[in-house]
Design a protein around this ligand. Structure first.
Ligand code: PAF
Length: 284
């Protein structure tokens, strides 16, 4: 039975009742749960005795022209999925509870947040770090699991936890894909049939670049050009970025060396923005 904690006071009472020896695993989400979330929850269950998820569509991480109002909110179906997965508790706060009137404190990571999605979505990562730190302070988890699908989000949160001495171990869960390679995302439901058919090209472009790298191409610009050429096969795909970056700082690199690289792509299909990535291992 999943206990539903609808505000901060209920969450605090639940957390206080727990023995200090009980390890808590946490998966923060914005709901519209899919198999990707389920695999993160399974990882949290393996790492801890008690598992808690949160569902909160965080207004602070959406830009003015983004999809906050139409973001899917199938809360009854989500609760059923959490029950079936054996999750112990769900934190389901309101916007007013998370952001009391006059809230004027924000958390900002200033390096890893800069490029890629940070450049395309100003303020997005400030919204993410602010809400994630607030959630960590309330839930006080030992372990928190985030999806590698949002590789930059993982890197930003790891940096925040390191820089601010937050006592939480961050675990990255692998990307879960459809049979044709499309990375699972709550936003996939927006895709028209035609855009859905074109969407697996994002993953194909990452695979083509990984193959070129394995065959000896290490020049970052040449690798990105290979990825872009694959996406050019569909005129439905409007690329925002296709980048080869340092895997940790996400800084620009000219050559893929011993540290490997993060291959990262973002594109619009119709009005839907999709992202995907692949970690190239080190040359060692
Ligand atoms: O990845 C998400 O769903 C969100 O960015 C998160 C981590 C739940 C913060 O709102």
């Amino acid at each position: 039975m999943t206990i539903i904690l609808r505000d901060k006071a209920a969450l605090r009472a639940w957390r206080l009742a727990m023995a200090p020896s009980q390890r808590v695993g946490f998966v923060p989400t914005m709901g519209a749960l899919h198999q990707g979330h389920m695999s993160l929850l399974a990882q949290a269950r393996e790492a801890a005795e008690v598992t808690i998820a949160s569902i909160f569509v965080n207004p602070l991480q959406f830009g003015p022209n983004e999809d906050l109002s139409r973001y899917p909110r199938p809360i009854e179906a989500d609760i059923e999925k959490l029950e079936a997965a054996g999750v112990d508790a769900l934190f389901l706060p309101s916007v007013e509870d998370m952001y009391p009137e006059g809230a004027s404190t924000f958390v900002e990571e200033t390096l890893v947040s800069g490029p890629l999605c940070g450049a395309m979505r100003p303020g997005h990562f400030r919204g993410v770090t602010t809400v994630v730190l607030k959630l960590f302070n309330l839930v006080q988890p030992h372990v928190a699991v985030f999806g590698q699908k949002d590789a930059q989000q993982c890197a930003v949160i790891e940096r925040m936890v390191r820089d601010l001495n937050v006592p939480v171990t961050i675990v990255r869960g692998p990307i879960v894909r459809e049979a044709d390679g499309l990375a699972l995302s709550s936003r996939n439901v927006y895709l028209s049939a035609e855009d859905r058919a074109a969407a697996p090209l994002l993953h194909k472009s990452l695979q083509a670049v990984a193959a070129a790298h394995a065959a000896g191409e290490h020049d970052a610009a040449a690798l990105a050009a290979i990825g872009l050429a694959v996406l050019a096969q569909s005129e439905r795909i409007k690329v925002q970025y296709w980048e080869v970056r340092d895997p940790e700082s996400l800084g620009a690199i000219t050559t893929v060396g011993a540290r490997g690289a993060l291959l990262a792509v973002a594109a619009h299909l119709g009005t839907t923005r999709l992202i995907d990535n692949l970690l190239l291992g080190s040359d060692a």
